[in-house]
Structure formats: C-alpha cells, structure tokens
Design a binder for this molecule. Structure first.
Ligand code: UT7
Length: 327
C-alpha cells in the first residue's frame, strides 16, 4: 500500500504579458529576458482575481478528473506566497468554503517555490497514517500582486497560476509517492524576501515603501543555491534507491530559469531532454510551477502511469524539496 497522485489539474489566467510588453514598461528587452531566463511570456490575473480564484479553477479540474466531489476531500493544503490576505484567513479556508468541501480541514503551507513538493510529503503522511483518504494539495500564486513593476531585476521573471493534485491511497502495482526530501537553509533568508508588513517590520502610519512591500531578490545567490541543491537532491534520491537516471522518465523541476536546469543537467550528466520545461510560456509561478508542469505533461499524454519521476523545487527561506514518485 502507498499513496498515489489520483488526479492533476491546473489553471492560468488568459491574459498574457509578453517580453515585448514588458520592454515598454521597464528598461529591458525580449533578447535579455529570453537569453538570461528562457522566459517568453507570462500569464497575469485581472485586478479582481485573487489567488484563491485561480486555485479554485485548478481544484475543480482535479476533482472532475478524480471523479470525486468536494465533500469527499479530507484536507486542502495550499502552498502559496501570495495569499488572498496577509496573515489570515488562510487562502485554503477561502477555497474550502467556496468549493463546499464541508468535510475538509484546510491550511496554508509557506515554503515558497518548494511548497508543492513539501505539500505532497505532508499529504502522504496524512494518508499513510490512516487519518485521511483524499487530500488536495494546491500550489497557487498571484505573484503579479507582490511584484514591484518598476524593478526590472524581478518583474520580468514571474507569472500567475495554480496547479492542484489529489492524493489518495494506492494498491499494489499502482502509483506511489516513494520518498521525499524536505530541506531548508534559513541562513539564506535575505536572498529572497518581502521586507515589510510582518512582525519584523510592521505597518506604521508612514506606510512602508513599495520596494519594501514587494519581493526583492539577490538573483545570483538564489541561482547558485538552486544549481547546487537541484543537483544534490536528484543524486541523493537516485543513490538512496539504487536507481540510475535511466530509471527516471521525467525530472519535473520548479520552473525558474532554464540556465539553472541546464547547469544541473550538466553536473548530473543527465540529458536536458529528461527535464520537463514550460517556463517559456508561464515564467516562474513559484509554488504553482510544478503542478502546472505536471498538468501540461498529463494533458499532452507524456506523463504515463508507471513512470518514475522526480519533482523538485527551491525558493525563498531558503527551502528546497523533492519527491520521487511512481506515477
Ligand atoms: O523561484 C526562485 C526565485 N528566483 C530564481 O530562481 C532566480 C534565480 N536567479 C536568476 O535566474 C538569475 O540570477 C537572473 C535571471 C535573475 C539574473 O541573471 P544573471 O545572469 O544572474 O544576471 P546578473 O544579476 O548578473 O545581471 C546582469 C545585468 C545587471 O546589469 P549590470 O549591473 O551588470 O550593469 C542587471 O542590472 O543585467 C541587468 N538586468 C537587466 N537588464 C535588462 C537585470 N534585470 C534586467 C532586465 N533587463 N530585466
């Protein structure tokens, strides 16, 4: 007996912001963004759309594909760094209410871009210990709401969207979440941060500046960290389970920068073709990116039952996490 991915869903807003659009807003160019990141466009939600709205669309698709109803869910875990509200209520509670998941507990999980990989392991625990049958894990972001649109260092990197997974018990011969790595290096807290609005630097009558209320990043520090931990996590999972890269059908990385993946692929001596990438179309959607990638693979028919895959994320905290999954 194990825990399988029962279904996958995702949703991204229709509105697209291209690199050329961005070059009219800040001092940048399509050439710079493409060559430095691999991103060509990103999806941006309307002003009246919140993270929960984006997540609900992904959740409904996952429920439909699992052929279960919202009342069947035991828990909704939402990984997000751009919640509907600062502090509370949690975005997961809003989703639970609107879905009518009357039998489900709900909480948000803050592990930035590693959030979905963290959430998969938490859900596995709930199902394995027998307390829950169906757990929904959603990675959802409206990053456009926490970006400083005047900062060319960050505004061209991110996009909005959500990916949702439903996990349930599996029988012999079905899929399984085989193992996970859940890690952090909090000494890197300054590398990726929203500086104000929390207890360290609360709101006052003189509101913090837009720079302090939006995300700031030391891009090179995150880049170097990402290449290192992506390489280590894949190697660690392969070694621990006596696997070679030949055994793995897909590595599904957090979609941040194609150069990070290229560097990890080179260090691991694993062909780039094994790394699924779709960041050209979506940019970096943080906690949502792995879910959106899995959904695209599912819809294209290239993710097949029985495939052995590795999902892996890294992000603010700093956090990093990976899952070895028999799909
Ligand atoms: O989900 C996790 C979150 N974040 C990440 O994964 C990001 C990880 N880091 C990266 O992807 C890369 O570090 C970046 C794409 C952010 C930057 O690439 P880089 O090769 O590290 O570039 P850089 O920081 O060395 O910047 C080079 C130059 C700078 O100009 P100067 O100081 O050399 O004159 C920047 O000001 O590029 C400039 N620059 C830009 N130029 C045009 C920064 N952003 C832009 C821009 N357009 N949008």
């Amino acid at each position: 007996m194990g825990v399988k991915i029962l279904s996958i869903g995702a949703w991204t807003p229709n509105k697209i912001l291209t690199n050329d659009d961005l070059s009219k807003m800040v001092d940048t160019s399509d050439e710079w963004i493409r060559s430095k990141t691999g991103i060509c466009q990103r999806h941006i939600a309307d002003a009246d759309t919140a993270t929960s709205d984006i997540a609900i669309n992904a959740a409904k698709l996952a429920l439909e594909r699992a052929n279960i109803s919202a009342e069947d869910l035991d828990c909704i875990i939402v990984a997000t760094t751009s919640p509907d509200h600062h502090g509370f209520p949690s975005t997961s509670c809003i989703i639970q209410g609107k879905l009518g998941a009357v039998n489900a507990g709900a909480f948000d999980l803050v592990a930035a871009c590693s959030g979905l990989a963290y959430g998969i392991e938490v859900a596995r625990g709930f199902i394995n210990n027998g307390t829950m049958k169906y757990v929904m894990v959603i990675g959802a972001e409206k990053l456009s709401s926490i970006i400083n649109w005047n900062d060319r260092n960050t505004c061209c990197l991110f996009g909005d969207g959500a990916g949702a997974l439903i996990l349930s018990k599996s029988s012999e011969g079905e899929g399984d979440i085989i193992d996970s790595i859940i890690m952090a290096d909090g000494t890197g807290e300054d590398a990726l941060k929203i500086k104000a609005g929390g207890s360290r630097n609360p709101f006052t009558n003189e509101l913090p500046s837009i720079e302090d209320l939006t995300l700031s990043m030391d891009g090179q520090a995150v880049y170097n960290f990402a290449v290192r931990v992506n390489t280590e996590m894949v190697q660690q999972l392969l070694d621990k389970h006596n696997l070679t890269s030949e055994d793995i059908t897909w590595i599904v990385p957090h979609q941040a920068n194609y150069r990070i993946i290229k560097a990890a692929s080179k260090r691991l001596k694993i062909s780039e073709d094994k790394f699924f990438m779709n960041l050209a179309d979506y940019g970096n959607t943080s906690a949502a990116s792995i879910g959106i990638a899995l959904n695209e693979m599912y819809e294209k028919g290239i993710l097949k039952r029985g495939d052995l895959i590795i999902t892996m994320g890294f992000g603010a905290g700093l956090t990093y996490a990976a899952n070895l999954i028999r799909y």
